[in-house]
Design a protein. Structure first.
Length: 522
């Protein structure tokens, strides 16, 4: 965001938009010159830096552009005071002595006050005088500066222009193709007022702007502006706003931006990636214990949003497996108002498979009424795994039953000479148990099923012939036999060897010393 005096806009009829800085040679040149100026002034005062920046304006560049870039670069600076003593302490000592002796009216009297104060503080008069106003901004020293690429700076400037214009918005409407979790998390964290609709498989969101409110306009406007960087981080986005540029003006202006036209001109500076965060130790404990079981269900923290009326809810967890999605919300106790609102939202959840884990001591009575629609699990101190696993197992069994019925009516075939059940299930988009059940009932012509592996009869015969040709005295090393099978495209050598009628003779636990003997026929 930029000071309002630096906002540059263009109006045409009922439309308004920021005047963006193009990524031209001239604009990038100014940005590079400014960045270099900041780097050159590390170790020097902020006042000296300001004079150097002012000098660029005198070269004929638009002062609003120069000052806008400078405002962004100021946020990448670390300033410090290099005075001998704290400036506030120095001024207090001088004023106390001047109050006792009377205000100095001559240079000699002033110097006497300074000498007395310096003596009391244990510094020289020169050090004291330097410290008196050393905490003023122009006197602060530029300790360090975090440089940035010129193009990224210009894009950040354009983004800041848009943020500044949003200070005057009555509403902001947007839709994006992705990044919804981060967007709604940010909306919730910023405390914005919003309404949501389903739109072509995605969402469209309207956020009330600061000029639509009676109080806290500037504070709310700052929050709304902070949402924009998260929105434009998406691959595709469309933003529309209603702008009331001046107080008392009756005419609303329309702001329309989209990623195709404006996405290349502005972007948020990259921020460090954060690891998975949890709202409570209860949630972290559950996630750690569930993942340690390796159930085959993928546990996701805060999955995609679920529409709830004109708002959304982001569940704490999502369990995903083979196209099946189960959500889970952990309800603790913050305030009676929070619990009432949580129960209201959960009661409005539509056709969604959701587990609600509720603190028995604090939340059970409030959530009893939704138990008929959602699966409610009560816990004490930690969420129990058993009922969660039972719920997931029941959903999985139901899905396997449906998929098995579908596979029975499906004419599927295998193209590879060797394939495992897991690969076939992935290709068909079903669970392995459904494939196993159908393979128990149906034989695939030309294939032999060995446990969870399907292998062509002809491939099995080729392996048999090759092994027999390498037998010496009726036996062969297990290591060599395994290598032969794998070189010919086979898998799970010991399973194939047993199917071909070979017996494995072990000598201790050393794999290399094991031998195979022919003991039967296929």
């Amino acid at each position: 965001m930029l000071p309002s005096g630096l906002l540059i806009t263009r109006r045409r009829r009922d439309r308004i938009r920021p005047v963006y800085a193009l990524l031209s040679r001239e604009n990038l040149g100014v940005a590079r010159l400014l960045i270099q100026t900041y780097e050159d002034h590390v170790g020097r005062s902020k006042g000296e830096l300001g004079e150097a920046v002012d000098g660029l304006e005198e070269l004929g560049y638009d002062y609003r552009y120069v000052r806008g870039l400078s405002a962004i670069l100021d946020r990448r600076c670390q300033l410090e005071s290099k005075t001998a003593i704290d400036s506030v302490k120095a001024r207090r000592q001088v004023f106390e002595i001047a109050h006792e002796k009377g205000l100095p009216t001559t240079p000699d009297a002033r110097q006497a006050v300074l000498h007395q104060a310096a003596l009391d503080l244990g510094v020289t008069a020169e050090e004291l005088e330097e410290s008196l106003y050393g905490d003023l901004e122009d006197e602060l020293i530029l300790k360090s500066f975090e440089p940035v690429d010129a193009e990224a700076l210009v894009k950040q400037y354009n983004l800041s222009l848009t943020q500044t214009l949003l200070f005057y918005s009555t509403e902001l409407t947007f839709d994006v193709t992705e990044n919804w979790q981060n967007i709604f998390r940010q909306i919730k964290w910023l405390g914005l007022i919003y309404t949501i609709w389903r739109n072509n498989g995605g969402y469209q969101v309207r956020v009330d702007g600061p000029t639509s409110l009676f109080k806290l306009n500037r504070r709310y406007g700052t929050r709304l502006a902070k949402l924009l960087p998260t929105v434009v981080q998406s691959q595709e986005w469309i933003v529309k706003g209603k702008i009331l540029r001046h107080k008392g003006e009756r005419r609303l202006l329309t702001l329309e931006l989209d990623s195709k036209k404006h996405g290349g001109l502005m972007e948020a500076l990259a921020s460090p990636k954060e690891g998975t965060t949890y709202d409570s130790l209860v949630e972290r404990d559950f996630a750690d214990r569930f993942r340690a079981l390796h159930t085959g269900w993928k546990l996701t923290r805060e999955p995609e949003p679920i529409p709830v009326g004109r708002q959304v809810m982001i569940p704490d967890f999502g369990f995903r497996k083979a196209g099946l999605m189960v959500y889970m919300e952990v309800v603790g106790f913050w305030t009676p108002r929070y619990l009432k609102e949580k129960a209201r939202k959960l009661g409005m959840v539509g056709d969604v498979d959701m587990i609600v884990a509720a603190d028995r001591k604090l939340a059970c009575q409030k959530l009893d009424r939704i138990g008929e629609r959602l699966s409610v699990i009560y816990y004490q101190r930690r969420v129990p795994l058993k009922p969660v696993l039972a719920h997931l197992k029941a959903r999985e069994e139901h899905l396997v039953e449906d998929q098995t019925k579908r596979l029975r009516d499906m004419d599927f075939s295998v193209e590879k000479p060797v394939v495992e059940v897991g690969e076939l299930a992935e290709e068909l988009g079903v669970l392995k148990d459904a494939v196993r059940q159908v393979l128990r009932e149906r034989e695939l012509p030309g294939y032999v099923r060995l446990g969870d592996m399907l292998i062509e009869e002809s491939k099995l015969e080729e392996i048999q012939e090759r092994l027999e040709s390498r037998l010496v005295g009726g036996e062969l090393g297990l290591a060599e036999a395994s290598r032969i099978i794998e070189d010919m495209g086979g898998r799970k050598p010991t399973t194939i060897l047993r199917a071909l009628g070979y017996r494995i003779e072990w000598h201790g636990i050393e794999f290399r010393s094991a031998k195979i003997h022919k003991s039967g026929k296929l």
